[in-house]
Design a protein around this ligand. Structure first.
Ligand SMILES: *[C@@H]1O[C@H](CO)[C@@H](O)[C@H](O)[C@H]1NC(C)=O
Ligand SMILES: *[C@@H]1O[C@H](CO)[C@@H](O)[C@H](O)[C@H]1NC(C)=O
Length: 236
């Protein structure tokens, strides 16, 4: 009991300590340097910026001198989930397009975890639909044949909109659907990126596979950071 309390308290403290103040400098300032590899992070619900995926960024950037990341700026709340994710889609799309225009030779890695995977999948393949509390606006995805789509590599973890049995699915939950599976039309669009996309899902994860062990939803970056980084590097 005491140990458990301490573990929780420590986890909360570490989370708070890693939540660096974030001033939302204008895009032109945040994107003033072109890196050869630039990662966009869409964090999971309630994570402080940059969240668990920062471990993945470190692993991807290891050994690459010109490499960095920016956060997709969006609420990532459970409350008003639908408008939160919708803001992630519109804000993230604008950030990615702006960077691509300024830096047409960069490789762009889109990584999304949990609600952030919902956001990144919608950005890439098009989104929209009724979710918990609203009807999210329909949006078009990118084309793999032109910028920014032809600069992109993407990794998703514990995707809220996971659809089973796709070629790029990996993990024990690969055959399962998540809470809000993408529509056939959205999948047809997302799957134009099947060669540049990989998505990880545990069968026990309640979010991407309707499993029953919430602990598995937060286990991705202990288990797959190195594997995912190696895959990204193989695509660069
Ligand atoms: C969308 O992004 C802009 C800056 O790029 C930020 O100022 C704004 O707060 C973001 N919207 C939300 C709801 O987070
Ligand atoms: C994926 O394929 C397996 C094996 O055919 C099947 O049991 C499962 O229901 C499929 N998943 C979905 C979400 O259709």
């Amino acid at each position: 009991m005491t140990t458990r309390f301490l573990v929780c308290a420590t986890a909360l403290f570490l989370q708070a300590a890693s939540a660096k103040p974030f001033g939302y400098a204008p895009l032109t300032e945040r994107q003033d340097v072109c890196e050869s590899v630039h990662v966009f992070i869409a964090r999971g619900s309630t994570e402080p910026y940059p969240g668990r995926q920062s471990a993945l960024v470190d692993a991807i950037c290891e050994g690459i001198s010109s490499c960095g990341y920016e956060d997709v700026i969006y609420p990532a709340t459970f409350e008003n989930y639908c408008s939160s994710a919708g803001t992630g889609v519109s804000n993230g799309t604008a950030q990615i397009k702006a960077y691509s225009v300024a830096c047409p030779d960069s490789k762009l890695v889109l990584t999304g975890y949990s609600q952030g995977a919902h956001v990144m999948g919608d950005i890439l393949g098009g989104g929209g639909g009724p979710f918990a509390d609203c009807a999210q606006e329909e949006t078009e995805g990118f084309s793999p044949d032109e910028a920014p789509g032809n600069q992109i590599i993407a990794t998703f973890f514990g995707d809220v909109r996971h659809v089973g049995n796709q070629t790029y699915n990996t993990g024990t939950g690969a055959s399962a659907n998540g809470i809000y599976p993408r529509t056939d039309e959205q999948m047809a669009s997302l799957n134009k990126f099947s060669g540049q996309l990989r998505t990880w899902c545990f069968a026990e994860d309640p979010v991407c596979a309707l499993g029953s062990d919430p602990a598995m939803h937060v286990a991705y970056f202990d288990e797959f950071t190195d594997e995912a980084a190696a895959w990204v590097k193989s695509q660069l």
